[in-house]
Design a protein around this ligand. Structure first.
Ligand SMILES: Cc1cc2nc3c(=O)[nH]c(=O)nc-3n(C[C@H](O)[C@H](O)[C@H](O)COP(=O)(O)O)c2cc1C
Length: 373
């Protein structure tokens, strides 16, 4: 078997930058957008429940475009046989990695006994990883929290990691905060439990030979670069989605070529526009709607003059029946592409604006799709 990209990165001393799995956000259209901005970022799917893959519409749940590589499929589940079956089915789709979700605190997920509540049963998660490794042709990785509820992270995390390493996990991505399984919504569980970067850094120092990546609250590439002085990988979720342009600096960041300037790299905006127009045409030709593509583009142009108009055009015009790709052209035309990004229109989109009710509704719908198939 040829070396997988975690090994290749390790051998060449390169770091890995990942865009986090995010239900309702990192669908295939979102990933195509992100790929236009970085050829190197590792892109994660939304979590897909193993049962849904086994019983549900496989192409809808697993289909994606070739240009998305490297792309990792995140699975939700806690039954070794079901996870193995899902991996066998997904193998035909050619994902570059299979990741197990041990971090999601949603009620729906708890009722299925998987996600973050698995942090309470490291031995079982290790058995799952062992079973998944047996059938997976690609790396098997885990995304976890530092603990749940009243667990003491500095006690449970080292043990959890040792068990994952013992089971042969190829990489572990750690969201550097606990999840509270009772009383906090999924959104609150991404904000309220405090971040403990130092603990995660210590785990890396104590485990030099296994790939450990950090996630949680990292706002930009300068912060990411600081984590990468210690960690093997860095994973951004909300910042990457809500300020998509920052992905333009990722290739330089992981290559280590321009660590000081990565935060200021600007995309080739016109090439991006043309690529997204061409992609949206193919989506619509196969029955999709313009809005399926453009809804992920509202996080472009953070702070640019004209960004507000850009978002207005995308969110009002692109949703109308019969809307065509000329809407994308019109939206880009509304933006001053040569500004200092700081001199914006004073209407920079905030995390809450996107992660509000619409997002919670989206999460609920996505869980329904995942769970019911
Ligand atoms: C809308 C949304 C959906 C999410 N869905 C998932 C998911 O499917 N699987 C998962 O492991 N984490 C999920 N997360 C958590 C993120 O992967 C990430 O761990 C979290 O947002 C913290 O990283 P950040 O501060 O960089 O956003 C989701 C987060 C958001 C905002």
């Amino acid at each position: 078997m040829t070396a997988h990209f975690y090994e290749t990165a390790h051998q060449s001393g390169e770091k890995i930058f990942a865009v986090a799995p995010m239900i309702d956000w990192t669908d295939r259209h979102c990933r195509v957008l992100h790929r236009q901005l970085s050829s190197r970022a590792l892109l994660y799917t939304e979590m897909v429940v193993a049962d849904a893959i086994i019983h549900g519409p496989r192409d809808r749940l697993l289909g994606y475009s070739d240009i998305e590589h490297p792309v990792a499929l995140q699975l939700g589940g806690s039954d070794a046989a079901k996870l193995s079956e899902a991996i066998r089915i997904a193998a035909d789709y050619g994902y570059d990695e299979i990741n197990l979700n041990v971090g999601c605190p949603s009620d729906r997920v708890q009722s299925g006994t998987f996600g973050a509540c698995l942090m309470r049963d490291a031995a079982h998660v290790a058995d799952l990883v062992t079973a998944m490794k047996k059938v997976s042709p690609v790396p098997v990785t885990v995304k976890c929290r530092i603990g749940v509820d009243d667990q003491e992270p500095s006690e449970v995390l080292p043990d959890f990691l040792q068990r994952m390493i013992g089971a042969g996990a190829d990489a572990i991505w750690i969201h550097a905060r606990k999840a509270w399984l009772q009383g906090l919504s999924p959104k609150e569980n991404r904000e309220i439990p405090p971040l403990d970067y130092e603990l995660v850094h210590r785990m890396k120092r104590e485990n030099p030979n296994v790939f450990l990546g950090i996630n949680g609250g990292i706002k930009d590439l300068d912060e990411a670069a600081r984590h990468l002085t210690v960690m093997d990988g860095v994973m951004l979720g909300r910042a990457a989605y809500q300020n998509t342009g920052l992905l333009a600096g990722v290739d330089a960041l992981v290559a280590g070529s321009n660590p000081a300037g990565v935060g200021t790299v600007q995309p080739d905006w016109l090439a991006l526009r043309d690529a997204m127009i061409a992609y949206a045409e193919t989506v619509m030709a196969s029955g999709g709607r313009l809005h399926h593509v453009t809804r992920h583009m509202v996080g472009l142009f953070q702070g640019f003059a004209g960004a507000r108009r850009f978002r207005q055009i995308l969110s009002s015009e692109a949703t109308k029946p019969g809307a065509g790709v000329e809407i994308i052209e019109a939206a880009f035309a509304a933006v001053d592409l040569n500004p200092q990004p700081e001199q914006g229109d004073g209407d920079a989109i905030t995390g809450d604006a996107m992660a509000g009710d619409e997002m919670r509704g989206g999460e609920r719908i996505a869980f329904d799709i995942c769970l019911k198939g």
